[in-house]
Design a protein around this ligand. Structure first.
Ligand code: FES
Length: 66
């Protein structure tokens, strides 16, 4: 079990928020469309954008461990 931590400080989105959004809304087709799904749900990476790469990394990590 991955420890929860804040990924997007602007929008207060944590690792678990991203994982949940991914499991509930994404079809796991590819990282970019999964990112869009996660963004729609959590609004992560819609502030300063500084977490963009972190969010992508987390999504691909979760998709790969599926
Ligand atoms: S930290 Fe995510 S948009 Fe700024």
């Amino acid at each position: 079990m991955q420890e929860n931590y804040m990924v997007c400080n602007c929008k207060q989105v944590s690792y678990n928020d991203i994982a949940d959004a991914l499991h509930q809304h994404s079809k796991f087709e590819n990282v970019l469309s999964a990112f869009e799904d996660v963004q729609k749900v959590t609004h992560c990476s819609t502030g300063c954008g500084g977490c963009h790469q972190k969010v992508l990394d987390i999504i691909s990590e979760i998709m790969m461990s599926k």
